[in-house]
Design a protein around this ligand. Structure first.
Ligand SMILES: Cc1cc2nc3c(=O)[nH]c(=O)nc-3n(C[C@H](O)[C@H](O)[C@H](O)COP(=O)(O)O)c2cc1C
Length: 188
């Protein structure tokens, strides 16, 4: 067995590089604050619970967007597809209009969802937990929409956007795996 030397410290760059080896999707958190749309791109997204329906995101404490979003009450979480790399970059920009050229819909609650996304969730804040330089935010899902035909996800890997394309040739994905759903949430 290979012996690994104990490290004295883990620096941010090393951690960032290591975390980047875990492929994720990208979601857009957006809402209208009463004056203008507010939004940000987030890759630290995690489905949490079916009953009650919950999801979570991790937000940097340094974010100036999150305090504005959390005050909105309702927040849209849109799952971006392969063709929405520009949206993700724009929604992460420090300067300029994050919504320029982005098709969006404002729900009656004030949550904003983007057009042509693979799925969206209308959420409200359930809890937030302190976690180092981030906050783990748990959102309660009030409503959702799924684009059943959407097949080409956006993947963020190695700090780059990648597209997985279903070309209609030999399948590159495994057969669909449907984890069992608790009986209370099974639908006819
Ligand atoms: C692909 C991608 C993924 C990101 N993921 C996260 C994330 O998970 N959490 C987070 O707080 N910021 C994330 N960001 C950064 C935010 O989108 C945004 O750039 C940051 O909040 C800007 O700072 P501000 O909130 O002060 O405007 C990500 C940016 C990109 C481009």
């Amino acid at each position: 067995m290979t012996q690994v030397q104990e490290r004295e410290s883990l620096d941010g760059r090393m951690l960032r590089n290591a975390f980047a080896k875990f492929p994720t999707g990208v979601v857009a958190l957006c809402a209208h604050d009463g004056t203008e749309p507010v939004g940000m791109a987030v890759s630290a997204f995690m489905p949490v619970s079916l009953e009650p329906p919950l999801l979570s995101v991790c937000i940097q404490k340094s974010s100036s967007t999150w305090p504005r979003l959390r005050q909105c009450g309702s927040i849209g979480v849109s799952v971006l597809g392969r063709e929405q790399k520009d949206h993700a970059q724009r929604l992460a920009a420090k300067e300029g209009d994050r919504f320029a050229g982005v098709e969006m819909t404002q729900l009656p609650s004030g949550a904003i969802v983007l057009g042509d996304t693979h799925a969206w969730f209308e959420c409200r804040l359930d809890a937030s937990h302190d976690a180092g330089d981030h906050i783990i935010v748990v959102l309660q899902i009030l409503d959702l929409h799924v684009e059943q035909e959407a097949e080409d996800p956006m993947v963020f890997f190695g700090s780059a956007f990648r597209g997985i394309r279903h070309r209609g040739g030999p399948p590159i994905t495994t057969p669909q795996f449907d984890p069992p759903i608790p009986p209370t949430r099974k639908r006819a």
